[in-house]
Design a protein around this ligand. Sequence first.
Ligand code: HEC
Ligand code: HEC
Length: 346
Amino acid sequence: MNVLKTFVVTILALLATAPWAAEPRPAVNLIGRPVPQIESLPEGPFRALVVQAHELSTRTFAVIGPEVKDLRKRYAGNNLACTSCHQAGGTKPFAMPWVGVTASFPQYRGRENQVSTVEERINGCMERSMNGKPLPLDAPEMKAFTTYIAFLSQGVAVGAQIEGAAVLQSAVPNRRADVKAGSAVYDAKCAACHGADGLGKRTGRPGDALGYMFPPLWGPDTFNNGAGMNRLLTTTRFIRQNMPLGASHTATVLDDDEAYDVTAFMLSKPRPIKAHLENDFPARWNKPIDAAFPPYMLGATADQHRYGPFPPLAEKQRRMAEQRKSDMAAAKARAAVGAASTAAGK
Ligand code: HEC
Ligand code: HEC
């Protein structure tokens, strides 16, 4: 039993660390790399699907949003677009770009503690960022998303190390975030677009499925509390490099303190609730320290997981991982001794 357990844990650890470890990984830098152009595709069914998928990504609310006429197509639960976050049609570095995503899946994911496909990852955003239902794997919209992402990923080798992926891993201040200071930053630098009430600015009227000119940051019509965007570290980094609109990693507007505090202010506001979050990150040791929902494994308060300071939590998590590693090594050694003495006794 113990040996089996050790084995399973070891396999999980291998998956968690280095799925491509055997080979040196090719590197791709998205910064300054030309963005794939739909116009460069020859006319035909592939191009037609990519065009359709671009529309689905940039005007998600009009195709699978909660206000579309066809009730069966109401998969998303809010009126955001995928590109409300995955900016520039999913091509902007450090705004969770989709370029290369096809080359990095299937991939071990801590949230599920299993290997996930691109389709499952898309449904992760459907159920959380879009606060909706998963797309059936054989839905035409799922085919469109995976085709578009594959189109953007052309030329990126499987397993490549991608510079510009996800969000820039910048340092955050070693203190509890200051929600009050964040409120002042919000009024000065965000409210003009997203509204003093954070509810965004609609293109038209509620019910018309035309979405937003400026998307809501909190309230009923935005991402839910299980979304990646509900984590303070992830979102501080997103905002630091990408907001106010027009900011980029080469032209930031906010400093580290402003980004951290304004994000905490935004995430202190009410938003849709995702049921059963306690089932996320079933391998508790790799639960991100800014996933602000129970159970908490590091002996810290809920408040610290929500608002920091984070460096002490990162240190605790590092020690926990080390302990786990040495426990595993010890268990493996015991199992080897046990097996040897069994063999000797025969
Ligand atoms: C509210 C913001 C938001 C919206 C809207 C959103 N996403 Fe995401 N998405 C994220 C964040 C944040 C991450 C990465 C962080 C994480 O994994 O927790 C991510 C990651 C992804 C990834 C994996 C990227 C990688 O580098 O591995 C895919 C694919 C994806 N999203 C697809 C979609 C699709 C398709 C939609 C629309 C149906 C969508 N997302 C809508 C915020 C969003
Ligand atoms: C000039 C208008 C403008 C300003 C100012 C601005 N934003 Fe945005 N924001 C946008 C638009 C537009 C999007 C959707 C992305 C796109 O269309 O490229 C967006 C998207 C977002 C998103 C992801 C989508 C969502 O609904 O959650 C977040 C988070 C965000 N902004 C936060 C902020 C914060 C915090 C500030 C202030 C520091 C800020 N924004 C300032 C226009 C603005």
